[in-house]
Design a protein around this ligand. Sequence first.
Ligand SMILES: *Cc1c(COP(=O)(O)O)cnc(C)c1O
Length: 355
Amino acid sequence: MLNYRNGLADMPSYDVVERPWEIKINANECNMSLPPLVEERVMNRLGTVAFNRYPNEQYDDLRDQIARNFSMQRENVLIGSGSSEIIEKLFYCFGGSPEAKIVYPQPSFSMYKIYAKAAEATGVPVDLNPEDYSLDIDKFIQTVNEEKATLAVICNPNNPTGNAFTVEEIEKIASNIDCAFLVDEAYMEFYGQTAVRLLAKYPNMIIARTFSKAYGLASCRVGYMLADEKIVEMIDKSYMPYHMNVLSLVTADICYQMRQEFVPHIQIMISERKRMQEELKKLPGVKVFPSETNFILVHYDKAQELNALFESKGIGVRHFGDAPGLKDCLRISMGRREENDIWYSYFKAFTEGRA
Ligand SMILES: *Cc1c(COP(=O)(O)O)cnc(C)c1O
């Protein structure tokens, strides 16, 4: 008998169709490798790693470096295996029973719902406005307070819709709720605005960031959170000792030191997004949502057929099936310019009945 824990059999899996795509634009990864100067430094650094030791110093070095950048202390920074691990731990730490309510917008990052379930908490989605995915801030605040939520989550800019909320809107939420408040800033580098300055004023706030998107380091699984040291201390209890491996730590450390080198990459991704938004707007029947990220969400009546065409051409985009608020939508991550030209040519041909 395999007696798994309660609820595990009913847990949904992260439902991304993966295969060796010719053009992989389904996971909002950066479609360029590391800047050559950074790669060289990383390779040299990896050659000096002490493989026989637990990575204590390297963990604190990365925390210190991140803390310095925000004029904070090491105690305000926690590193995770991607911000996914951090988010999962936050849900775990503020969850634990069905009475623990975790409020997040919908549609948003699909994992919030799954982490809430995994944490045995109750996920409470607040629907975004179906027209433009804007958030009714008052409704969100009211839900958090009425549900006596233990954790409120905003993804800013929001995945998969692409739109962003202003720091003023984030502050309005922070100042009207009194539970833990996570702002998931996975795409912040493409938006340029952050709620970090609010941390000093609202000690219940937590910011999560990742190296997976703008830094193109998805393979290493590194993310971090910034928060009051009391929160960091509590969340840290949910981690295994030495939970980060040294290869990821030293790689992220160098990428962070050399983050100026990534600015041109980020600018390329932003300009490609702008270019493709304009191109997509020319296609009949295609609704292009505003985006402050490295991806574009479109609504198209024949999204499912178009997705099948893309798949047949080896192009992987994200289709959401019947997920709430995302019917007939596709999320397309920005590839390199030549990749974008290819998927666009199929999209255009499809709308013209030529494919
Ligand atoms: C990609 C993403 C993350 C986490 O990515 P990691 O690779 O685990 O750091 C977190 N939140 C959102 C909204 C994302 O899109």
